[in-house]
Design a protein around this ligand. Sequence first.
Ligand code: DON
Length: 581
Amino acid sequence: MYDPCRKAIAVLFAFALSVSPLAEASAASPEPVEAEHGMVVTAQHLASDIGVEILKNGGNAVDAAVAVGYAMAVVYPEAGNIGGGGFMTIRLKDGKTTFLDFRERAPLASTKTMYLDDKGNPVKGLSTDGYLAVGVPGSVLGFETARTRYGTKSREELMAPAIKLARDGFVLDEGDAASLAENAETLVKDPAAAAIFLKSDGKPHAVGETLVQADLAASLSSISELGPDAFYKGPIADAIVKASQERKGILARQDFEQYKVRELEPVKCSYRGYDIFSSPPPSSGGVIICEILNILEGYPISYLGYGSADTVHVMIEAMRHAYVDRNTALGDPDFVENPIGKLLDKGYAQKIREEISAFKAGISQELMPKGFGESTETTHYSIIDNDGNAVAVTYTLNGSFGAGVVAPGTGILLNNEMDDFTAKPGVPNLYGLVQGEANAIAPGKTPLSSMSPTIVAKDGKPFMVIGSPGGARIITITLEAIINVIDHGMNIQEAIDAPRIHHQWLPDKIYMEPYALSPDTRRVLAGMGHDIDIDENWTIWGKAAGILVGGKSLADMGKADSSRYYGAIDSRAASGAARGY
Ligand code: DON
């Protein structure tokens, strides 16, 4: 039984034994990577190397982000892309922050019920596999917009390393080969994808073999030479549209011609004196991270302690409440009114805290708004340069290798981002998200995302660059890395590696990574009414990439022997690397 008396004693003990957030933490993790002039952290080491070279050659963080974006399209095909889309959060050295939305848009011929059968039920696979799942890609125009507005280098210089890697090939390491093997069953179904990513006998390439992508090299070369028009108004668009028309897709030339990047204000909030800048709608990420942080600010998380039942309980309740808002109230800002003011209001967080019992789990069904009916890959990279310009990019094909299709002759894998829309209110998508009308499909609309490229500043200076893949869990993965640094005093590597927990309103469950909670903690939480599932599918727990400025942890900030930058790639990312100089 979990009684109030025990609770009071537990809180007193926690205060008495509390570890100051500034004390050294002692989790088991490799040391973060240190550097003085710049740091690039990505899920593929060759891309990290390319980013650092661009910085060393005088490029700024945005230049490096563009070069890394193209390189990841070659060396990290499960998520790096030019056939998908994403977000870039930028904080310039003068403190200006901005956000580029180059996420996919729904084709003009799309309809609200396009994934339903004649009885009104979703048809399995329609929004995830093949050409009908494909949204209009945004990465190429996104990178060019970033480069021309905030970069300093020519497109040719930034694209050259990616073209070389595609043309000459790169040697597969264990993580690369495992990714191809895990997705071989999908890739074999599309002859153009199989011809690139599998051997002629249909088997995946092995560790040590070289993966050459000649068609992709040609596509990248024509973009390098002619600019985004080569993609949106030239032979690449024609090839994708032709393949789509031949295979039950609805992409049209006009979809490509009218694609636009949006430059938006990042979502901003404060947490215990730190300024958080993250993704606005069409992402839910920034708003929901901020809403959860606002709720948690009212609890002494640091004193309650990492992984304690008290901390986990309030985190889960904050997540439960915030994901209701995510799944019911948010959508593409050109199509729906997003109640951002309300959701970011500290008074709203206070009201939610008043609804959270200290002793009992909430019940998700009771939070159902009136009138509401009911594996995977993305990638994130974090960069900072010698001037202190910081860039956080999360971009994706949605599922691993997207829709699993390559338009013949292009070498370009296409996304299945349309699955992020509400196919039918109340029916869960790939990530189990149960969403509503605000995220219904409409021509030209962008599906609601969870991607959360985030930059944290303190006293007007960059403090942390952070983000992750992980579908609906991106929000809680990013949030937990921030809390682990700010409240629990972990260093950046420990903060990223620490086992995670997640709740997304529906299903009404705490998901925990193996070992995240001890058996007695779970018993306490179960006694409060929480339903806990250990989720051993490690691919869904993300691969965060982070940078901390001024010390490897809060305790080390400003120490004489502290370096300027500390980078950490998630230990869950087999091929990733933090590289600095
Ligand atoms: O935009 C989103 O929220 C999803 N398409 C992200 C997908 C993702 O993170 C898959 N990776 N694990």
